[in-house]
Design a protein around this ligand. Structure first.
Ligand code: FAD
Length: 317
């Protein structure tokens, strides 16, 4: 597939900030999935995203594949990885070790998450584990401080999760904003949202957050919802209620092609509404597939900076 027609010209005015673009991938579960993922990575690379996020299983089970994927992104591509990390499934000591390892490999962005709690209500958190994402942010900052000489005074960018629809365990959307403010105070630099189905939920989150003193960018996370099964599964996984109109439209689709067109159009509308409301970027959840993500991107026509060019080699006469 040819790269989408992003506007490649340099951003004309210093007053117009380019829109940030990022994708989310998950570590492959087997060799066949790895081959597909790498096709996707190569296609996404052509769009010159600002970073590519790599998820982390909250039970720590995919730690090795996640680290391997991050390393390959750093060494074999031009992409900048954002490593997800979760409190659940690791002790604080183990997390400190993983953070050090990531920094040693060259990772400079971490999405600090608590992770979903195990479904089995009787299972207790491991002794020495961290309770909240906020604790993980503080741990990352402590590890960073110990290594500041190695980082040449650079800084690790820390992202966090934000919730346009109430987090399923939270008592209210106001509490969600208090948590987001606490994460900012502990050192978060930016937030990426959970999926949402109504643009007003994103706008309301930003309004509430700004009123409460949250000043970090809040980037809407959008997912091409190209099949009824996917939308329903997503609702179950995240606790976010899917939009009835979308469920209805996907349910009435005659074939996969029509489902895909409906899903892409809905995602473009959602992302466009968030951008119109002032969103500083778009984070595309890809499911490790590039097709629908690139279609969404193509239709959005984002104002993006010109791609970086490789430095010219000096040839001596
Ligand atoms: P927290 O911010 O710690 O919040 C968890 C709950 O505790 C919330 O209900 C909050 O209201 C409450 N809370 C937080 N702090 C306090 C406090 N001080 N006092 C009282 N209550 C508090 N999961 C994965 O397992 N792997 C991933 O790679 C992954 N990637 C994600 C990427 C994005 C962009 C998003 C939005 C979510 C992702 N998740 C991932 C899911 C995430 O782990 C879950 O939503 C999880 O349930 C909450 O994580 P959190 O970081 O928001 O937790």
């Amino acid at each position: 597939m040819s790269p989408p027609s992003l506007i490649q010209a340099s951003v004309p005015s210093t007053q117009t900030a380019p829109i940030a673009l990022s994708y989310e991938l998950f570590p492959p579960r087997n060799e066949a999935a790895e081959a597909t993922l790498w096709d996707t990575i190569r296609e996404l690379e052509t769009t010159n995203p600002d970073y590519v996020a790599v998820t982390y299983g909250a039970n720590g089970s995919n730690r090795d594949t996640a680290v391997e994927l991050l390393n390959r992104l750093l060494t074999e591509t031009s992409l900048r990885p954002l490593a997800h990390l979760t409190c659940v499934g690791n002790t604080a000591d183990e997390l400190a070790e993983i953070i050090s390892e990531l920094l040693d490999h060259g990772v400079r962005g971490i999405l600090a998450l608590r992770g979903d709690l195990p479904k089995d209500a009787s299972s207790q958190p491991r002794a020495g584990s961290l309770g909240y994402a906020q604790d993980l942010i503080e741990l990352i900052r402590r590890v960073e401080q110990r290594r500041s000489a190695l980082l040449c005074a650079g800084k690790v960018a820390i992202g966090v999760a934000a919730y346009p629809a109430r987090h399923p365990e939270s008592p209210s959307v106001e509490h969600d904003v208090e948590v987001l403010l606490a994460k900012q105070r502990s050192g978060a630099d930016f937030a990426i949202t959970q999926v949402f189905f109504h643009a007003d939920q994103y706008k309301d989150l930003v309004t509430r957050a700004r009123r409460a003193g949250v000043s970090i960018p809040i980037i809407p996370g959008v997912m091409p919802l190209t099949s009824l099964r996917r939308v329903q599964r997503l609702g179950d996984l995240t606790g976010v209620e899917p939009a009835p109109a979308l469920l209805d439209a996907l349910g009435r689709a005659d074939d996969a092609g029509q489902s895909r067109r409906i899903g892409v159009a809905a995602t473009v509308d959602l992302a466009r509404a968030a951008l119109d409301a002032g969103a500083p970027g778009i984070h595309l959840y890809t499911f490790n597939e590039h097709g629908a993500a690139l279609e969404v991107l193509d239709k959005l026509q984002l104002l993006r900076p010109a791609p970086r060019t490789a430095p010219q080699r000096l040839v001596r006469a």
